[in-house]
Design a protein around this ligand. Structure first.
Ligand code: ADP
Length: 158
């Protein structure tokens, strides 16, 4: 049986921190399924299609990544796809508190699932999509934080 995991998030936009987690998960698991949240009630800076296109392009190199979109509950996506392991990245204590709460809630909803937390790369643990969005709004150069395909996506928005 193949060892599969899902890596869910908003990825608005994808950063080098997300790509680091995906690359590391791709070594641990046979298949990594990146699940991009399409939450229509939340305002996003980048469209679902653009976020998926960037993640597709930037993760091809790993060879075992599939990028999906999902709506609603993560556990419903996991039930539908038959994946029992979720991977998340932890940058600091705040992330850990949130992930602890989410992992335990998800386990009540789907008792056979497990959450695997990967400790963020110390060179990338300052990166967050929300700070990058703020920098983009202020027209700062975000080239050290996101791949070139995101820079192109930013140019297209202007
Ligand atoms: P959400 O919108 O659910 O907060 P994100 O799309 O920002 O999620 O991130 C998805 C996952 O990636 C989360 O587990 C988050 O903690 C993790 N993550 C975000 N940025 C980094 C980073 N710089 N290094 C490692 N993990 C990260």
């Amino acid at each position: 049986m193949k060892n599969k995991c899902v890596y869910p998030g908003s990825f608005d936009p994808p950063t080098f921190g997300h790509l680091d987690i995906i690359g590391r998960a791709s070594v641990i698991f046979d298949e990594v399924h990146v699940a991009v949240l399409n939450n229509t009630s939340k305002k996003r800076m980048f469209s679902l299609e653009d976020r998926i296109a960037v993640l597709d392009a930037e993760t091809k190199v790993f060879g075992n990544i599939t990028v999906h979109s999902f709506d609603g509950l993560l556990v419903d996506f996991m039930k539908k796809t038959g994946i029992d392991v979720v991977v998340r990245g932890v940058r600091n204590n705040t992330d850990l508190d949130i992930e602890d709460q989410m992992a335990n809630t998800n386990k009540i909803l789907k008792p056979d699932m497990e959450t695997v937390l990967l400790i963020a790369n110390p060179k990338l643990n300052h990166l967050s999509s929300s700070i990058i969005k703020e920098l983009i709004r202020l027209r700062a150069d975000v080239g050290s934080f996101v791949p070139k395909s995101v820079l192109q996506m930013i140019k297209r928005r202007k």
